[in-house]
Ligand binder design. Structure first.
Ligand code: ZN
Length: 351
Protein backbone atom coordinates (compact mmCIF):
# COMPACT_ATOMS: atom_id res chain seq x y z
CA UNK A 1 0.00 0.00 0.00
CA UNK A 2 0.97 3.59 -0.44
CA UNK A 3 1.57 5.72 2.59
CA UNK A 4 -0.29 8.77 1.36
CA UNK A 5 -3.40 6.68 0.68
CA UNK A 6 -3.28 5.04 4.10
CA UNK A 7 -2.96 8.39 5.82
CA UNK A 8 -5.82 9.78 3.76
CA UNK A 9 -8.11 6.89 4.70
CA UNK A 10 -7.17 7.09 8.40
CA UNK A 11 -7.69 10.86 8.55
CA UNK A 12 -10.96 10.72 6.63
CA UNK A 13 -12.46 8.01 8.84
CA UNK A 14 -11.28 9.69 12.06
CA UNK A 15 -12.82 13.04 11.06
CA UNK A 16 -16.02 11.33 9.95
CA UNK A 17 -16.65 9.90 13.43
CA UNK A 18 -16.45 13.45 14.83
CA UNK A 19 -19.10 14.75 12.39
CA UNK A 20 -22.25 15.55 14.42
CA UNK A 21 -24.73 17.07 11.96
CA UNK A 22 -25.65 17.40 8.30
CA UNK A 23 -23.75 20.64 7.90
CA UNK A 24 -20.46 19.18 9.18
CA UNK A 25 -21.03 16.08 7.05
CA UNK A 26 -21.35 18.21 3.90
CA UNK A 27 -18.12 20.06 4.75
CA UNK A 28 -16.39 16.70 5.21
CA UNK A 29 -17.74 15.46 1.86
CA UNK A 30 -16.42 18.54 0.04
CA UNK A 31 -13.03 18.11 1.73
CA UNK A 32 -12.52 14.43 0.76
CA UNK A 33 -14.93 13.37 -1.98
CA UNK A 34 -15.52 16.53 -4.02
CA UNK A 35 -14.70 16.10 -7.72
CA UNK A 36 -13.03 19.50 -7.68
CA UNK A 37 -10.15 19.62 -5.19
CA UNK A 38 -11.32 16.74 -2.97
CA UNK A 39 -8.41 15.00 -1.19
CA UNK A 40 -9.18 11.63 -2.78
CA UNK A 41 -9.30 13.09 -6.30
CA UNK A 42 -6.01 14.87 -5.69
CA UNK A 43 -4.43 11.57 -4.54
CA UNK A 44 -5.60 9.81 -7.71
CA UNK A 45 -4.03 12.61 -9.80
CA UNK A 46 -0.58 11.73 -8.46
CA UNK A 47 -0.95 8.51 -10.51
CA UNK A 48 0.49 10.29 -13.54
CA UNK A 49 3.71 11.11 -11.67
CA UNK A 50 4.44 7.43 -10.96
CA UNK A 51 6.48 5.08 -13.14
CA UNK A 52 4.26 3.31 -15.65
CA UNK A 53 4.63 -0.17 -14.06
CA UNK A 54 3.49 1.07 -10.62
CA UNK A 55 0.38 2.78 -11.91
CA UNK A 56 -2.08 -0.22 -11.99
CA UNK A 57 -1.29 -1.16 -8.37
CA UNK A 58 -1.63 2.43 -7.19
CA UNK A 59 -4.90 2.82 -9.10
CA UNK A 60 -6.32 -0.31 -7.51
CA UNK A 61 -5.23 0.81 -4.03
CA UNK A 62 -6.79 4.24 -4.60
CA UNK A 63 -10.07 2.63 -5.70
CA UNK A 64 -10.13 0.46 -2.55
CA UNK A 65 -9.58 3.53 -0.34
CA UNK A 66 -12.33 5.39 -2.26
CA UNK A 67 -14.77 2.48 -1.75
CA UNK A 68 -14.05 2.33 2.00
CA UNK A 69 -14.36 6.09 2.47
CA UNK A 70 -17.59 6.33 0.38
CA UNK A 71 -19.16 3.44 2.28
CA UNK A 72 -18.27 5.11 5.57
CA UNK A 73 -19.79 8.37 4.29
CA UNK A 74 -23.06 6.64 3.30
CA UNK A 75 -23.29 4.90 6.68
CA UNK A 76 -22.66 8.15 8.55
CA UNK A 77 -25.23 10.00 6.46
CA UNK A 78 -27.88 7.37 7.20
CA UNK A 79 -27.03 7.38 10.92
CA UNK A 80 -27.40 11.19 11.11
CA UNK A 81 -30.73 11.10 9.25
CA UNK A 82 -32.07 8.45 11.63
CA UNK A 83 -30.90 10.48 14.64
CA UNK A 84 -32.59 13.65 13.30
CA UNK A 85 -35.86 11.77 12.74
CA UNK A 86 -35.73 10.31 16.21
CA UNK A 87 -35.14 13.76 17.74
CA UNK A 88 -38.08 15.23 15.83
CA UNK A 89 -40.39 12.42 16.91
CA UNK A 90 -39.54 12.63 20.59
CA UNK A 91 -39.31 16.47 20.62
CA UNK A 92 -42.85 17.18 19.38
CA UNK A 93 -44.52 14.12 20.76
CA UNK A 94 -48.35 14.18 20.88
CA UNK A 95 -49.93 12.11 23.59
CA UNK A 96 -53.24 11.13 22.04
CA UNK A 97 -54.42 9.65 25.33
CA UNK A 98 -54.54 13.06 27.06
CA UNK A 99 -58.08 14.43 27.67
CA UNK A 100 -59.07 17.23 25.26
CA UNK A 101 -59.11 20.89 26.24
CA UNK A 102 -62.53 22.45 25.68
CA UNK A 103 -62.38 25.80 23.85
CA UNK A 104 -63.47 28.71 26.05
CA UNK A 105 -66.75 30.07 24.67
CA UNK A 106 -68.32 33.37 25.67
CA UNK A 107 -71.96 33.69 26.70
CA UNK A 108 -74.49 36.36 27.56
CA UNK A 109 -74.14 38.21 30.86
CA UNK A 110 -76.60 37.12 33.54
CA UNK A 111 -78.30 40.55 33.38
CA UNK A 112 -78.70 40.35 29.59
CA UNK A 113 -80.30 36.93 30.02
CA UNK A 114 -82.66 38.36 32.65
CA UNK A 115 -83.58 41.30 30.40
CA UNK A 116 -84.38 38.99 27.47
CA UNK A 117 -86.60 36.84 29.66
CA UNK A 118 -88.44 39.98 30.81
CA UNK A 119 -88.84 41.27 27.22
CA UNK A 120 -90.42 37.94 26.29
CA UNK A 121 -92.86 38.04 29.22
CA UNK A 122 -93.98 41.59 28.46
CA UNK A 123 -94.05 41.05 24.69
CA UNK A 124 -96.75 38.41 25.26
CA UNK A 125 -98.81 41.13 26.95
CA UNK A 126 -98.29 43.54 24.05
CA UNK A 127 -95.51 45.71 25.51
CA UNK A 128 -92.83 47.08 23.15
CA UNK A 129 -89.27 47.88 24.26
CA UNK A 130 -88.42 51.60 24.27
CA UNK A 131 -84.82 52.81 24.71
CA UNK A 132 -84.12 56.15 26.37
CA UNK A 133 -80.79 57.94 26.97
CA UNK A 134 -78.57 57.35 30.03
CA UNK A 135 -77.58 61.03 30.29
CA UNK A 136 -80.63 63.14 30.99
CA UNK A 137 -81.55 66.70 31.78
CA UNK A 138 -82.72 67.61 35.25
CA UNK A 139 -86.11 68.31 33.70
CA UNK A 140 -86.67 64.84 32.28
CA UNK A 141 -85.26 63.04 35.31
CA UNK A 142 -87.09 65.16 37.90
CA UNK A 143 -89.04 68.28 36.87
CA UNK A 144 -91.40 66.78 34.28
CA UNK A 145 -92.01 63.81 36.60
CA UNK A 146 -93.56 66.11 39.17
CA UNK A 147 -90.37 66.58 41.18
CA UNK A 148 -89.56 70.32 40.81
CA UNK A 149 -86.27 71.82 42.11
CA UNK A 150 -86.09 71.87 45.91
CA UNK A 151 -88.87 69.29 46.19
CA UNK A 152 -88.12 67.13 49.25
CA UNK A 153 -88.73 63.96 47.20
CA UNK A 154 -85.42 64.61 45.40
CA UNK A 155 -83.72 63.21 48.47
CA UNK A 156 -85.02 59.77 47.38
CA UNK A 157 -82.41 59.74 44.60
CA UNK A 158 -78.78 60.62 45.23
CA UNK A 159 -77.59 61.92 41.91
CA UNK A 160 -74.44 61.91 39.78
CA UNK A 161 -74.33 65.33 38.16
CA UNK A 162 -72.57 65.64 34.79
CA UNK A 163 -72.80 69.42 34.44
CA UNK A 164 -74.71 72.23 36.10
CA UNK A 165 -74.81 75.39 34.05
CA UNK A 166 -75.65 78.61 35.84
CA UNK A 167 -78.69 79.58 33.79
CA UNK A 168 -81.91 81.31 34.87
CA UNK A 169 -83.66 77.92 34.69
CA UNK A 170 -81.28 75.35 36.22
CA UNK A 171 -83.71 72.51 35.54
CA UNK A 172 -83.38 73.10 31.81
CA UNK A 173 -79.61 72.83 31.43
CA UNK A 174 -78.27 70.67 34.23
CA UNK A 175 -77.19 67.22 33.00
CA UNK A 176 -77.11 64.08 35.10
CA UNK A 177 -76.89 60.30 34.86
CA UNK A 178 -80.49 59.14 35.10
CA UNK A 179 -81.34 57.92 38.58
CA UNK A 180 -84.27 55.83 37.28
CA UNK A 181 -85.75 54.78 33.93
CA UNK A 182 -88.79 57.06 34.44
CA UNK A 183 -87.51 59.94 32.24
CA UNK A 184 -88.21 57.62 29.30
CA UNK A 185 -91.93 57.89 30.18
CA UNK A 186 -91.94 61.57 29.21
CA UNK A 187 -89.92 60.88 26.04
CA UNK A 188 -92.19 58.10 24.77
CA UNK A 189 -95.36 60.08 25.61
CA UNK A 190 -94.14 63.16 23.76
CA UNK A 191 -93.12 61.02 20.79
CA UNK A 192 -96.36 59.06 20.47
CA UNK A 193 -99.09 61.41 21.75
CA UNK A 194 -102.06 61.00 21.24
CA UNK A 195 -101.61 57.31 20.37
CA UNK A 196 -102.15 54.73 23.13
CA UNK A 197 -98.88 53.45 24.65
CA UNK A 198 -97.77 50.11 25.99
CA UNK A 199 -93.99 49.97 26.48
CA UNK A 200 -91.29 48.67 28.79
CA UNK A 201 -88.24 50.89 29.37
CA UNK A 202 -85.15 48.91 30.34
CA UNK A 203 -81.77 50.39 31.16
CA UNK A 204 -78.94 51.19 33.48
CA UNK A 205 -79.54 53.64 36.32
CA UNK A 206 -76.99 55.48 38.44
CA UNK A 207 -77.08 56.52 42.07
CA UNK A 208 -74.49 58.34 44.10
CA UNK A 209 -74.68 55.79 46.88
CA UNK A 210 -72.54 53.92 49.31
CA UNK A 211 -71.86 50.55 47.66
CA UNK A 212 -72.98 47.58 49.72
CA UNK A 213 -74.25 44.03 49.25
CA UNK A 214 -77.72 45.47 48.60
CA UNK A 215 -76.93 48.57 46.52
CA UNK A 216 -74.59 49.32 43.64
CA UNK A 217 -74.04 52.76 42.11
CA UNK A 218 -75.01 51.21 38.75
CA UNK A 219 -77.84 48.76 38.29
CA UNK A 220 -80.53 47.79 35.79
CA UNK A 221 -84.12 48.83 36.12
CA UNK A 222 -87.12 48.07 34.02
CA UNK A 223 -90.12 50.27 33.85
CA UNK A 224 -93.52 49.68 32.27
CA UNK A 225 -95.92 52.33 30.99
CA UNK A 226 -99.43 52.04 29.60
CA UNK A 227 -101.41 55.12 28.54
CA UNK A 228 -104.82 55.19 26.90
CA UNK A 229 -108.49 55.69 27.55
CA UNK A 230 -110.18 53.86 30.45
CA UNK A 231 -107.00 52.38 31.91
CA UNK A 232 -107.64 51.57 35.57
CA UNK A 233 -105.82 50.42 38.69
CA UNK A 234 -107.24 46.92 38.19
CA UNK A 235 -105.48 46.77 34.80
CA UNK A 236 -102.20 47.53 36.59
CA UNK A 237 -102.78 44.87 39.23
CA UNK A 238 -103.76 42.33 36.58
CA UNK A 239 -100.60 43.08 34.60
CA UNK A 240 -98.37 42.75 37.68
CA UNK A 241 -100.15 39.51 38.62
CA UNK A 242 -99.52 38.00 35.19
CA UNK A 243 -95.91 39.21 35.22
CA UNK A 244 -95.16 37.79 38.68
CA UNK A 245 -96.79 34.48 37.80
CA UNK A 246 -94.73 34.12 34.61
CA UNK A 247 -91.47 35.23 36.23
CA UNK A 248 -91.65 33.38 39.52
CA UNK A 249 -94.10 30.59 38.76
CA UNK A 250 -96.18 29.32 41.66
CA UNK A 251 -99.68 30.58 42.26
CA UNK A 252 -98.76 34.19 41.51
CA UNK A 253 -100.79 35.30 44.54
CA UNK A 254 -100.33 39.07 44.74
CA UNK A 255 -100.48 41.55 47.61
CA UNK A 256 -100.77 45.30 47.10
CA UNK A 257 -99.67 47.94 49.61
CA UNK A 258 -100.14 51.68 49.48
CA UNK A 259 -96.94 53.66 48.83
CA UNK A 260 -95.68 57.01 47.61
CA UNK A 261 -93.95 58.07 44.39
CA UNK A 262 -94.13 61.66 43.14
CA UNK A 263 -95.06 60.61 39.60
CA UNK A 264 -97.94 58.24 40.38
CA UNK A 265 -101.25 58.76 42.16
CA UNK A 266 -102.28 56.53 43.80
CA UNK A 267 -98.97 54.70 44.32
CA UNK A 268 -98.65 51.06 45.31
CA UNK A 269 -96.08 48.40 45.96
CA UNK A 270 -96.83 44.84 44.91
CA UNK A 271 -95.59 41.63 46.53
CA UNK A 272 -95.96 38.09 45.23
CA UNK A 273 -96.32 35.07 47.50
CA UNK A 274 -92.86 33.59 48.14
CA UNK A 275 -92.38 30.79 45.62
CA UNK A 276 -89.83 28.97 47.78
CA UNK A 277 -91.87 28.57 50.97
CA UNK A 278 -95.37 29.13 49.54
CA UNK A 279 -95.95 31.93 52.01
CA UNK A 280 -94.88 30.02 55.11
CA UNK A 281 -91.71 32.10 55.60
CA UNK A 282 -88.08 31.36 54.75
CA UNK A 283 -84.68 33.07 54.66
CA UNK A 284 -85.18 34.32 51.07
CA UNK A 285 -88.41 36.17 51.92
CA UNK A 286 -87.02 37.11 55.34
CA UNK A 287 -89.82 35.05 56.99
CA UNK A 288 -92.55 37.37 55.69
CA UNK A 289 -93.89 34.92 53.10
CA UNK A 290 -93.81 37.67 50.43
CA UNK A 291 -91.36 38.81 47.74
CA UNK A 292 -91.39 42.41 46.57
CA UNK A 293 -92.24 42.56 42.84
CA UNK A 294 -92.50 46.22 41.84
CA UNK A 295 -93.28 49.80 42.77
CA UNK A 296 -96.19 51.06 40.70
CA UNK A 297 -99.18 53.36 40.42
CA UNK A 298 -101.50 55.31 38.16
CA UNK A 299 -99.61 57.94 36.16
CA UNK A 300 -99.94 61.31 37.93
CA UNK A 301 -102.12 63.82 36.02
CA UNK A 302 -99.22 66.32 36.02
CA UNK A 303 -96.96 63.72 34.34
CA UNK A 304 -99.64 62.87 31.76
CA UNK A 305 -100.02 66.53 30.94
CA UNK A 306 -96.23 66.98 30.65
CA UNK A 307 -96.24 64.09 28.19
CA UNK A 308 -98.92 65.80 26.10
CA UNK A 309 -101.96 63.76 27.20
CA UNK A 310 -105.09 65.39 28.64
CA UNK A 311 -105.62 63.73 32.06
CA UNK A 312 -109.37 64.30 31.76
CA UNK A 313 -109.46 62.02 28.70
CA UNK A 314 -106.48 59.70 29.18
CA UNK A 315 -105.18 57.67 32.07
CA UNK A 316 -102.28 55.30 32.50
CA UNK A 317 -100.30 53.10 34.82
CA UNK A 318 -96.59 52.68 35.40
CA UNK A 319 -94.45 50.20 37.29
CA UNK A 320 -90.74 49.66 37.87
CA UNK A 321 -88.42 47.10 39.40
CA UNK A 322 -84.75 46.10 39.63
CA UNK A 323 -83.67 43.65 36.93
CA UNK A 324 -81.03 41.94 39.09
CA UNK A 325 -83.43 41.10 41.90
CA UNK A 326 -85.29 38.12 40.36
CA UNK A 327 -82.02 36.32 39.53
CA UNK A 328 -80.66 37.15 43.00
CA UNK A 329 -83.66 35.35 44.50
CA UNK A 330 -83.57 32.49 41.99
CA UNK A 331 -79.87 31.69 42.48
CA UNK A 332 -79.56 32.84 46.13
CA UNK A 333 -77.03 35.55 45.21
CA UNK A 334 -76.65 37.68 48.30
CA UNK A 335 -74.33 40.37 46.95
CA UNK A 336 -75.29 42.60 43.99
CA UNK A 337 -71.65 43.62 43.55
CA UNK A 338 -70.91 40.25 41.89
CA UNK A 339 -72.94 41.30 38.83
CA UNK A 340 -70.57 44.02 37.69
CA UNK A 341 -67.30 42.90 39.32
CA UNK A 342 -66.22 41.14 36.08
CA UNK A 343 -65.18 38.03 38.00
CA UNK A 344 -65.41 35.13 35.54
CA UNK A 345 -65.69 32.64 38.42
CA UNK A 346 -69.08 34.22 39.10
CA UNK A 347 -70.22 35.05 35.55
CA UNK A 348 -69.14 31.64 34.18
CA UNK A 349 -71.81 29.94 36.28
CA UNK A 350 -74.59 31.44 34.19
CA UNK A 351 -73.66 30.27 30.68
ZN1 ZN B 1 -90.12 32.37 51.57
Amino acid sequence: MYENLIKLQTDALAELTAVADAEALEAWRVRYLSRKGGALGEAVKTLSTLPREERPAYGQAANEVKAVVEAAFAARQEALRAAALEAELTGSAIDVTLPGRAPSLGHLHITTQALRQLYAIFAEMGFQVYDAPDVETDDYNFGLLNIPPYHPARDMWDTFWVSQDATPDPGQRALLLRTHTSPGQIRVMRERCPEPIRVVLPGKCYRYEQISVRSEHQFYQMEGLAVGKNIRLTDLIGTLHEFAHKLYGGTGKLRVRGSYFPFTEPSIEADVECVLCRGKGCAVCKYTGWLEVAGAGMVHPVVLRNGGYDPDVYSGFAFGFGVERPSMLKYSIHDIRYYYGNDLRFLGQFG
